[in-house]
Design a protein around this ligand. Structure first.
Ligand code: F6R
Length: 260
């Protein structure tokens, strides 16, 4: 696992956007896995700016979703489908047909989960999966004690996550209890995992995920099992890393050709 400490969220966004742009230049039809929430927004803004400036042609890129609320009506502004279309697909100038995600409105949720895992495989697998991290260490919506081998399935949100996400809704009561999320086993199949964490509120979760034992209690610690995982943290989110100085020195000495 590589840990990159950046000064702030904007620098993290720029670094990851450049990694995405580099991937798309090499593989124009790359399948980019995106996360929702507040953390990745600087990445999407920086990538869209590169597209507008003609630094990268993303017109053949494909976008896939990590997770989705269950039961929000189609078109609800806070369904993750709506959010990804609004924050990623449209700013990149892509058509909705370039996007794939699990169906949170399906009557048969289990069948929708299995169909999504199948669709990801048939699409050739995710080239780069961007991840955020919950204050409880979740990735996607794999809450603590999710199986490290899990596939896309329905999960129940913890009260903490519902409270964390209430800011996107009018009240806590409106935050769904259930979600569909790519499983940890599904996420680990992406060719490159890039987790971005910013702000002091993520410092404990980051330290446990990066320097703690691999444990279902901290789902993000599963990144330790992946051969190409990059964790990008701002100074505040890096605040509890014991090896921070080592991570800084390693990145400072990294040959430029390696990229992320
Ligand atoms: C959502 C997702 C979640 C978020 C996490 C952090 O698609 O994957 O794991 O990344 O809840 O959310 P923010 O970035 O809002 O703190």
């Amino acid at each position: 696992m590589e840990v990159v400490i950046v000064p702030d969220a904007a620098a993290g966004g720029e670094l990851i956007a450049e990694a995405l742009a580099t991937l798309v230049r090499r593989k124009p039809e790359a399948l980019l896995g995106v996360a929702t929430g507040s953390t990745p927004l600087p990445v999407y803004e920086a990538l869209a700016a590169k597209v507008r400036a003609g630094e990268v042609d993303a017109s053949r890129a494909r976008i896939c979703q990590l997770d989705e609320y269950v039961g929000l009506p189609a078109g609800h502004p806070e369904s993750y489908r709506s959010v990804v279309l609004r924050e990623v697909v449209e700013p990149l100038g892509l058509d909705e047909s370039a996007f794939m995600g699990p169906d949170g409105t399906a009557e048969d949720v289990q069948a929708a989960c299995e169909a999504y895992d199948r669709a990801l495989r048939e699409a050739g697998g995710v080239d780069l999966q961007l991840l955020g991290i919950g204050t409880d260490g979740h990735i996607g919506f794999n809450e603590p004690c999710s199986s490290l081998a899990s596939r896309t399935r329905i999960k129940t949100l913890t009260q903490q996550t519902r409270e964390d996400n209430a800011r996107f809704f009018d009240s806590l009561d409106e935050v769904p209890h259930h979600v569909i999320t790519q499983g940890i086993g599904t996420i680990l199949e992406a060719r490159h995992l890039v987790l971005l964490a910013t702000g002091e509120g993520k410092a404990d979760a980051v330290a446990q995920a990066v320097e703690g034992p691999v444990a279902a209690l901290v789902p993000a610690s599963a990144l330790q099992l992946h051969p190409h995982a990059t964790v990008v943290v701002d100074e505040a989110a890096a605040g509890k890393l014991k090896l921070a100085e080592y991570f800084r020195a390693t990145y400072a000495a990294k040959p430029e050709w390696q990229g992320l």
